[in-house]
Design a protein. Sequence first.
Length: 228
Amino acid sequence: MKKITILIACCLLLGLQAEGQNVSSLRDSLAKATDILAYHPDSIDLRLKKVGWNIRLEQWQYAKDDLDKVLMLQPTSIAGLYYRAYVNEKLNRLHFARLDYQNLLVLVPGNYQAQLGLALLNEKDKHLTEAYDGINSLIEQYPDSASAYAARAGMEQERGMTELAAYDYGEAFRKDTTQTDYLLNRMDLLLKLGDRNAVEKDLRLARQHGVADGILVSYRRRLKLLKN
């Protein structure tokens, strides 16, 4: 099964158009950003752009160092707190990531991305009650959010709450039918539940939404074994 992991797309949110770039071109872009920043060391915008390149290259410590400088220059920088929370999590500094998300929510109460990031962080850090309460609250606030339902489904799946997870993946797909991984995850769970009719319906639905037959082969094989 292709697991759903909901990651914060920091670079996209920074407006970086680097799709398809190889490591060499990314390093060239980073070098240029570093050179320009040397002439404007107090520019928050330039430093955040450099952070974006560091993140794309998975240079987490360099990114954190620059984000520390951003927040020293501007302690209420929403972008700085948001990206540093992400980078701190990558560095396994979970306590500091949590603080950044919490401080961001003080500045922007109800912010969707910060609430989602905090809920997923709590799940990763085994603060299970806080994680589930947080994601339930997020869904109440944003009932049309596919990613929130998918995040809750992932939590439920990890906890063996198979029926609930299948339902939430279904809701996620209903709200965003472009994300066929939600549908594939639901099929996987329905197979575990032994719901043949539902799996057959999802197979037809998957084909209607352009999922390649090669991807569906394993699901059909499992369905056939289930029938036997």
